[in-house]
Design a protein around this ligand. Structure first.
Ligand code: PLP
Length: 385
């Protein structure tokens, strides 16, 4: 070969004996084939095979396989964000004329997606009370195709009776899906309760370092997997092997990170409640939290995210304390090593009164607990005073 060809083709090197503990980053758009016949028959490789970069590389497969095993799923698809995981499920199931029932406590951009994208296309969404349980049956009619759940709910933390909702939906042939970002499959496995689609923002605990965006959808039914893969391919949506490599690294420490953050968060939640009074903290492990008994029945534990309820009258004082915090940062997203505050207002109809509290979402990271408590104690005291 001549020099310019060598530059492009490169000499082959051996990987024999290279047994590494990490997954290589395989980047590809083109996949090459041994023969023209192989190329012509590439579709026969199926959705698990390698045919084009859009359909995955060994790096994306490694992350899919890990999530599949953790979720006790048949297959997992990866998407560029947690929001994309939810919208993919909705787009894969719903057609014009169909209805999706969405928990009022779902991640708010999901409700925006229904309102701003689905509704103009003739797909109806109806919000339901997250504590509805088996009562969901009363909302079913022939147009309902999907029930969307999130437990505990974003910010307001209501725990849903997923087994009751799933059993009601199954008897009517209605799909169910669940956003499992808070618990991750380490604390709750939706598919084992009969949920059809388990979605997760890998951005949070799996990534774990506030530096990547990814989402996953795990399914027990291989036909649903094929359908999801086909839709992703039609949309041209794929994920970067570099992001997947970071997520695989994050996943290795997720167990110890979550165990630490979960324990520290519960201790803080109890101590804040003891200072600021009952109702001041929303955490599923506190008996007064809505759905606490269901959480104790279905979940293996708590992760490191909970909410402090700040009365409207205390808002400006709390804003000062958030700005003054030394260790916590202020920002959206959570599940990383850095502890975060996110002051939220809730748009729900039932909560539209003039004295709307501020819901201060707290994500506990890996800093020294004494430093975190120094930031939290003045907040608890301000609410109590
Ligand atoms: C953050 C979050 C999402 C969205 O994840 P992104 O990767 O930021 O799009 C979805 N659901 C829940 C419960 C979340 O907290």
């Amino acid at each position: 070969m001549r020099d310019k060809t060598i530059c492009v083709k490169r000499p082959k090197v051996s990987a024999d004996g290279f047994a590494s503990l990490s997954t290589g980053v395989h980047r590809a758009s083109t996949i090459v084939f041994d023969s023209a016949e192989d190329y012509a028959n590439r579709a026969a490789r199926g959705p698990d095979g390698y045919t084009y970069g859009l359909m995955g590389t060994p790096t994306t497969r490694a992350l899919e396989a890990a999530i599949t095993e953790l979720e006790k799923a048949s297959r997992t698809v990866l998407v560029p964000s947690g929001q994309a995981a939810v919208s993919l499920v909705f787009l894969s199931v719903l057609k014009p004329g169909d209805t999706v029932l969405v928990s009022e406590s779902a991640y708010p951009p999901v409700i925006d997606f229904c309102e701003e994208y689905l509704k103009p296309r003739g797909i109806v969404h109806r919000l339901y009370d997250p504590t509805i349980g088996a009562g969901i049956t009363d909302l079913f009619d022939d147009t309902v195709k999907l029930v969307w759940m999130e437990s505990p709910g974003s910010t307001t933390m209501e725990v849903q009776d997923i087994p009751a909702i799933v059993s009601a939906a199954k008897s009517r042939g209605i799909y169910t899906g669940c956003d499992n970002t808070w618990a991750t499959p380490l604390l709750f496995k939706p598919l084992q309760h009969g949920v059809d689609f388990s979605a997760m923002a890998l951005t949070k605990y799996v990534g774990g370092h506030s530096d990547l965006l990814l989402g996953s959808v795990a399914v027990a039914d291989y036909e649903l997997f094929k359908h999801l893969k086909r839709i992703l391919s039609l949309f041209g949506v794929t994920v970067s092997p570099d992001e997947c490599s970071l997520a695989l690294r994050g996943l290795e420490t997720m167990g110890v990170r979550m165990a630490h953050s979960g324990r520290a968060a519960l201790e803080f939640a109890r101590n804040i409640r003891d200072i600021a009074g009952p109702g001041s903290v929303l955490h599923p492990a506190l008996p007064e939290c809505m759905g606490h008994d269901i959480w104790a029945r279905d979940f293996k534990g708590a992760s490191g995210v909970f909410t402090i309820v700040v009365p409207a009258a205390k808002k400006s004082r709390i804003d000062q304390l958030l700005t003054a915090a030394e260790t916590f940062s202020i920002g959206a997203s959570w599940g990383g090593t850095h502890s975060l505050f996110a002051p939220m207002t809730i748009k729900r109809a039932a909560l539209q009164n003039t004295d709307q509290p501020i819901y201060l979402r707290v994500s506990i990271g890996l800093e020294d607990e004494a430093d975190l408590w120094d930031d939290l104690v003045p907040i608890a005291n301000a609410i109590a005073s």
